[in-house]
Structures are given as C-alpha cells and as structure tokens.
Design a protein around this ligand. Structure first.
Ligand SMILES: Nc1ncnc2c1ncn2[C@@H]1O[C@H](COP(=O)(O)OP(=O)(O)OP(=O)(O)O)[C@@H](O)[C@H]1O
Ligand SMILES: [Mg+2]
Length: 222
C-alpha cells in the first residue's frame, strides 16, 4: 500500500446553517520517496487537506491510511504519537519560539519524545548540519535571516527523522531567491529519500515537485 492513501475523503464545515464541502470525494496516493505539490487557489481546501494528511484533523467520511494505518478511527492520543513519529511540519510563518536559540528550537520536539540529552544533542546537531546552520545554533530567531529561520524550522521538522515532511507555503514569507534556496533544500532532502508534500498556490513553486495534484472547491481536478 502507498505511504499515503486516501479514498473518497470528505470534510464538511457547517457555519450558521451553511455547509461548505472543504474536501469533496478526495482520492489520492502518495508513494514513499515522492515529492508532490498540492496546488489550488485560496479557499480550495489545501489547508484542510494538509490538516487531514498531517493527522491534525480527521475527515468526516472516506478512508485515510498513513503507512498502512487507518486514521479516522484512531484516538487523539495515538494521533499525537503518529504525528510525532511520522510527520515533520513546516509552515509559512516558521513558528519558531522567539526566546529559544536555533538549537533549542530543534531540540524541543525531541524533549517531547522523551529522548535523553546526549542523543538529543546528536540528533539536533545532525538536523542543523543538514540545513547547513551548525554555525548559527546559538542564535535566536530574531538574530537570523528569514531563510535561515525557515531552515531552522526544517531542521526541527527533520530532527526526529520522520518519513514525511509536510510543508504549507514554506516559501510564502520569503523573497524569490531565498525561496529558491529553501526549495533546493527540500529537493535535496527528497533526493535523500524523504517523502515531501508541498502545499502552495504558486505554480512556479509547485513546478519544483515531481508531481502536482490540483485541488479546486475541495475536489481533486485532473
Ligand atoms: N474551521 C472552519 N470552519 C468553517 N469553514 C471552514 C473552516 N476552515 C476552512 N473552512 C472553509 O473550507 C474551505 C477550504 O478552506 P482551506 O483553509 O482549506 O483553504 P486553503 O486552500 O488552505 O486556502 P488559503 O490558500 O487561503 O490558505 C473554505 O471555503 C473555508 O471557508
Ligand atoms: Mg490555507
């Protein structure tokens, strides 16, 4: 089975009696090692899809299996565990903690995983080295450029060695050249075997992936 398998997934939001089909009969498969972009205009359902893919939310109907495990019937505490082990998240706004150094930001999810200090050090240093930022480990986010902050966020996502990296508009806050740098980093990580799902409304960003899945009004369009 595919690493990510969705079949006829639906998600409905009701606000004031009005129903919005945020996801409508979505079926998709993403294989281990792929670099896929999910592209669509504002309001098309990208973040809803990302939340379901990332087990931050569950669909109303349909099948979602992640690495062979059915997700919809899984309890929240187990979902948290799955998120922690299987998925690294990267966001448009970096979401780094401002009072912590680059190193401490990367180390934090490893603390949550209960990993001991010595091993944490090795893993965090390895992740910072992978984004070429070992020489900035003591810097706080405000003492780093935007591209460097996003690289720290990517190191944080990588530190626990998750098989999947889920990135929602990771270049959305960066200038063109810095955005290209981040995309090249994602391509390199993909070349090393990591599965990457990139969410964007920008065609030039999506074209960096091996495959583009288009979404419109909650539906996959071909
Ligand atoms: N919590 C919610 N409650 C009600 N409706 C919602 C909720 N979240 C999203 N929606 C609706 O679902 C649809 C899809 O929203 P979503 O956030 O997935 O879009 P998006 O593709 O990520 O857009 P953007 O590019 O602007 O981030 C929209 O019509 C939105 O209004
Ligand atoms: Mg969104």
């Amino acid at each position: 089975m595919s690493l990510i398998h969705m079949e006829s997934v639906g998600k409905l939001y009701s606000v004031g009696g009005e129903a919005v089909k945020a996801l409508d009969d979505v079926s998709l498969d993403i294989e281990q090692g792929e670099f896929v972009a999910i592209m669509g205009p504002s309001g098309s359902g990208k973040s809803t899809l990302m939340n379901v893919l990332g087990c931050l939310d569950v669909s109303d109907i349909g099948v979602y299996a992640l690495d062979g495990q059915e997700i919809r019937s899984t309890r929240e505490n187990e979902l948290a565990e799955i998120r922690n082990r299987k998925i690294g998240f990267v966001f448009q706004s970096f979401n780094l903690l401002p009072r912590l150094s680059a190193y401490e930001n990367v180390e934090l999810p490893l603390i949550y995983r209960g990993i001991r200090r010595k091993e944490r050090e090795a893993l965090a240093d390895k992740a910072l080295a992978a984004v070429d930022l070992l020489n900035r480990k003591k810097h706080r986010p405000a003492q780093l450029s935007g591209g460097q902050q996003q690289r720290v966020a990517i190191a944080r996502a990588l530190a626990g060695d998750p098989p999947i990296l889920l990135a929602d508009e990771p270049t959305g806050s960066l200038d063109t050249n810095t955005g290209i740098e981040i995309l090249n980093l994602l391509k390199r990580l993909n070349g090393e075997g990591r599965t990457i799902v990139l969410i964007t409304h920008d065609l030039s960003v999506a074209q960096q992936a091996q495959r583009i899945i288009h979404i419109l009004d909650g539906k996959i369009v071909h």
